[in-house]
Design a protein around this ligand. Structure first.
Ligand code: HH2
Length: 302
């Protein structure tokens, strides 16, 4: 017997809105495939710089089960060098235009600059993934609101150049939760609708191993804010720290950490290895539909 699948009791069962797209995040977990058009990303830097290679990889990820493709042209790995606006546009826009022309899933753009976001939206992007959560560029909120785009608001402590030097929290879960609630309020002030907002704890962004694991252990507390939660653990350093494995051997660690996030109520998982994590999602959802009672992760943590 299959029971109705209750994804997140804290948020209304409404789809996520991103321009022409309406994504049923409330009824199934979505995968966001990562496409880095950078020379220096920590795991796939330099591989997809050429537009043809980038488009081929986007198509392969959709084939493997990606529901969204997230394209970024500036690495944000710890210690990375910021990219200026012209260079970011030069790397990003031809790829976004071509990928939007060739695939039908929504395209997200990983940028903190309003000018870059505006151009990306003009050539067909639907979601802005702003890892600064509207703090880097005062124009970003208006650009997103005017386009009716989806928006990812991510927590980070400090800029990528210095964020891993000495991340400090009194209570990492409470502080990340409070930050995300406050940034969501800021987005609403720009007349971005709640249905356009997704939150993200920013795994690895100004967090040590204990902070990252603690956040993943407390996903339901972030989910309880009532917005869909995106979690990105893919191949990150904390997996290497736990397993003692280099970046190219972190697929199983990524799968396990993603599964924990999903069981906690995360609705979007940002990944490089789409096929592997698609299997994780399919298995979890098949089992969950047979649960008589919602999992404990769904109980109100307050
Ligand atoms: N992680 C990275 C980049 N962007 N965006 C969101 N919303 N959440 C994340 O966890 C996140 C993100 C870092 O990963 P990656 O893109 O693989 O590496 P790099 O920044 O070196 O390009």
């Amino acid at each position: 017997m299959t029971a109705p699948f209750v994804a997140n009791p804290y948020s209304p069962p409404t789809p996520f809105k991103a321009r022409a797209y309406s994504l049923p995040l409330h009824s199934r977990v979505h995968l966001m495939g990562i496409l880095n058009v950078t020379p220096d990303s920590f795991s796939d830097g330099g591989r997809f710089l050429a537009p043809d290679a980038a488009v081929a990889h986007a198509l392969a990820m959709v084939e493997a089960g990606a529901d969204i493709i997230d394209i970024g042209a500036e690495s944000t790995r710890p210690g990375s060098t910021p990219v200026d606006e012209r260079e970011e546009i030069r790397r990003l826009i031809p790829v976004v235009r071509e990928v939007c022309r060739r695939i039908s899933v929504p395209i997200s753009v990983d940028t903190t600059k309003a000018s870059v976001a505006k151009l990306a939206l003009e050539v067909g992007a639907s979601i802005i993934n702003d890892i600064s959560a509207l703090r880097n560029d005062v124009e970003m909120g208006s650009v997103v609101a005017e386009a009716g785009a989806g928006l990812v608001l991510m927590h980070a402590q400090g800029p990528p150049q210095t964020m891993q030097q000495a991340p400090t929290y009194h209570d990492v879960v409470a502080e990340v939760r409070q930050f995300l609630a406050e940034r969501a309020r800021t987005a609403l002030e720009f007349h971005i609708s709640p249905a356009q907002i997704m939150l993200d704890p920013g795994i690895g962004f100004g967090k040590n191993l204990d902070h990252n694991l603690t956040l993943l252990a407390h996903v339901p507390e972030l989910v309880s804010l009532g917005y869909p939660l995106l979690v990105g653990v893919s191949r990150k350093a904390f997996i290497g720290q736990v397993l003692g494995r280099p970046v190219e051997q972190r697929t199983m660690g990524t799968a396990a950490a993603s599964a924990m996030a999903i069981l906690g109520g995360a609705r979007v998982i940002r990944v490089h290895d789409v096929g592997a994590v698609r299997d994780v999602v399919t298995m979890i959802e098949a089992i969950r539909r047979r649960q008589r009672h919602p999992s404990p992760a769904y109980q109100d943590p307050s």
